[in-house]
Design a protein around this ligand. Structure first.
Ligand code: HEM
Length: 370
């Protein structure tokens, strides 16, 4: 039933210990009126503050001749560590609302990348809301109520539910497993590591936009796993794909999950023990001039596709200081050569600027944007 404070220097839901459930939605602004957009963001802020405190959306829910202000399904449920995080997409900064001069240079649409099999209906969006909670009903309640508050001015473009965190983002958490059965998040940045968060995640003085300092950029990728082929692959090959042992999570050159991988060690065959195309070799900071990202994704399943194969995988979420220098070059590199590519495809994508946190109830997401 824990509460996570909505207010702070940074938005909650980024450095916060990852919750178990995700409700994520991208919205397009349908109104042409900047004041209407301002009103939505103001009302969204008030609703997000209330819901993270575990109280109903502000407004009357007892007038018998009006629809209740809060839809009701979270009444009596504790917030279960609910966080509501907002982001602004590149398309919001076009000519419509006079925001062009406020667009951070780092907020560029994600370019076409190797590994893309994007479905247009799962890409982009002017606004994004990431709701995370340990209770799926509490997380869904956020998306539903914000969509309703925004109706007439914003429309949902796409949404994604996630179950099961696929990352450890706190020193208090054990490492969970992704749907390939491997421990995921072993070498992730931890929210408590403020030096790493400042270096890789929070926007600092390098930004051309003052209003983004203390914020970050969210990149989402809906990565479908080709579960049926993966499940027919033999264990040694599965382990070679990641460069780690499936059971313990240890690198193939070690025995404990947290052993540091040795990328130079060679086996009896003269080849490196961690293969040249192993996922961890390609993405590790050691092999990328120190660059890294905060991973905070969730597993998803959306039933089966039209030929009866499971549509399941990783809803990848990464936070970083500059996607042009972090996510994009990483994916450009691994999208061509990673052994994992045989078993995945990227079907959705988005990037948003997440402003810094709000200090108290007097300020809103609208004040940050305009
Ligand atoms: C590490 C799985 C996609 C970036 C890992 C690890 C696993 C994993 C099991 C090792 C444990 C750990 O340190 O967390 C997956 C799966 C993916 C996927 C199943 C797709 C379905 C991606 C993508 C990126 C990425 C698209 C970025 C473009 C990283 C990074 C690390 C990592 C930066 C940490 C490396 C280190 O610090 O040594 N991933 N990953 N992963 N992955 Fe992925």
């Amino acid at each position: 039933g824990a509460r996570v404070d909505f207010h702070g220097v940074h938005q909650a839901g980024i450095g916060t210990a990852s919750q178990d459930r995700l409700a994520f939605a991208a919205f397009d602004v349908t109104t042409k009126d900047a004041d209407a957009l301002r009103r939505v963001l103001t009302d969204w802020t008030a609703a997000a503050v209330a819901m993270t405190r575990g109280v109903p959306v502000p407004g009357s829910s007892s007038d018998p001749i009006a629809p209740p202000a809060d839809t009701g399904e979270a009444r009596g449920l504790p917030p279960s560590a609910l966080t509501v995080t907002v982001g602004f997409g590149p398309s919001l900064f076009d000519e419509r609302f006079g925001l062009a001069s406020r667009r951070p240079a780092a907020l560029e649409p994600i370019p076409a990348l190797p590994g893309d099999e994007l479905q247009p209906q799962r890409v982009g969006g002017d606004l994004v809301i990431q709701a995370c909670s340990n209770d799926p009903q509490v997380a869904f309640h956020v998306i539903r109520n914000l969509a309703r508050i925004g109706s007439g001015s914003v429309a949902m473009r796409w949404s994604q539910l996630g179950f099961g965190r696929t990352s450890a983002t706190s020193v208090t958490q054990s490492t969970p497993r992704n749907l390939m059965g491997f421990k995921d998040g072993t070498r992730n940045i931890r929210g408590e590591d403020t030096a790493a968060m400042d270096k890789h995640v929070w926007v600092g003085d390098e930004s051309d936009q003052d209003w983004m300092r203390g914020g970050t950029y969210l990149v989402s990728r809906r990565i479908r796993m080709l579960v049926e082929s993966w499940d027919r692959d033999y264990l040694a090959d599965q382990q070679a794909v990641f460069g780690r042992h499936k059971d313990s999570g240890a690198p193939l050159t070690g025995t404990d999950e947290f052993d540091v991988p040795d990328y130079h060690a060679k086996g009896a065959d003269g080849e490196t023990v961690i293969a040249q195309d192993a996922h961890i070799r390609l993405v590790s900071p050691e092999n990328n001039d120190g660059l890294t990202i905060l991973r905070r994704g969730f597993s998803y399943t959306d039933g089966i596709d039209d030929i009866g194969l499971l549509d399941a995988g990783l809803f990848f979420i990464a936070f970083q200081q500059d996607p042009r220098k972090q996510f994009v070059p990483l994916q450009r590199k691994i999208g061509r050569v990673d052994a994992l590519n045989e078993y995945i495809k990227h079907t959705g994508s988005g990037v948003w600027a997440c402003p810094p946190g709000l200090p108290d109830d007097t300020r809103t997401w609208a004040d940050q944007l305009f």
